[in-house]
Ligand binder design. Structure first.
Ligand code: CIR
Length: 252
């Protein structure tokens, strides 16, 4: 599931970076390439209706967490992003998910949830609060998920500085990971944006062009990096994972 950037993209929220001008036309081109890359690796893309008024709506991963057939619509930690969930609810319902919601006072961003098999690591920190973690637990533990809360103090989202390889090894940019020892297997990578990979299938990993050293390292370990340039989204603190929601389980 993907969502085309809207006309107000350049106004997206910044928390940790200085603002630098976003080239909206280039961003659109990069987004088209990102979507085409998913498709050329066997993924069907479902485009959620564009949210004209929401600058950050392209970062669709933050609006929903899917486990088995249940889609938990988030309540984003940034108030300005809450209107983004509307179109996403309709889209996941149309795809056959059973829809559930995070309610006040809970806040949860999908970028704070890393799924490895049946384990959901959830980052508690900037955008996701304790009530959000509790509601994630209540939604998914009855379905067989194991929810593990981990602290996030140094980055925007849990997945800003770590994701996982196909075998479940967590890869992370160690200086920005609060407690690497929480993960059974942890591989440090040399670049912050290199810590974000989307599993395309087989040994293929979708990665950002801004992390060449990590791509080289992962290639040496037998993975096959597939590189996309997402510079304009990186200026807004977004990475490869947040530009899509992968719905493997709805289609399983
Ligand atoms: C925000 O601050 O919410 C957006 N500018 C960036 C969101 C990136 N999402 C993610 O890492 N999952």
């Amino acid at each position: 599931m993907i969502r085309r950037p809207g006309p107000r993209l350049a106004e997206g929220i910044l928390t940790r970076k200085e603002r630098s001008p976003v080239d909206v036309r280039l961003a659109l081109h990069q987004w088209e390439t990102y979507a085409a890359t998913l498709r050329s690796h066997g993924w069907e893309t479902v485009e959620v209706e564009r949210a004209e008024e929401c600058p950050d709506s392209v970062f669709i991963e933050d609006t929903v967490v899917v486990f088995r057939n249940v889609a938990l619509i988030t309540r984003p930690g940034a108030r300005a992003r809450r209107a983004e969930t509307v179109g996403v609810e309709q889209a996941v319902a149309r795809l056959g998910a059973s829809v559930n919601w995070v309610w006040e006072p809970g806040t949860l961003d999908g970028g704070d949830v890393l799924k490895i098999g049946d384990t959901l690591y959830v980052g508690r920190g900037g955008r996701t609060n304790a009530a959000g973690v509790q509601q994630l637990r209540a939604a998914f533990e009855p379905l067989g998920a194991r929810v593990v809360a981990v602290p996030v103090a140094q980055v925007l989202h849990l997945k800003s500085a770590l994701t996982a390889l196909p075998d479940g090894t967590v890869i992370g940019y160690a200086p920005l990971v609060d407690q690497p020892s929480l993960f059974p297997r942890f591989l440090p990578v040399p670049e912050e944006t290199g810590s974000q990979v989307v599993l395309l299938g087989g040994n293929k990993l979708l990665m950002a062009a801004s992390a060449p050293k990590t791509a080289e390292l992962l290639a040496e370990l037998g993975h096959e990096p597939v590189i996309v340039d997402i510079s304009e989204f990186e200026k807004l603190e977004g990475g490869v994972t947040c530009l899509s929601v992968r719905l493997r389980e709805l289609y399983a």
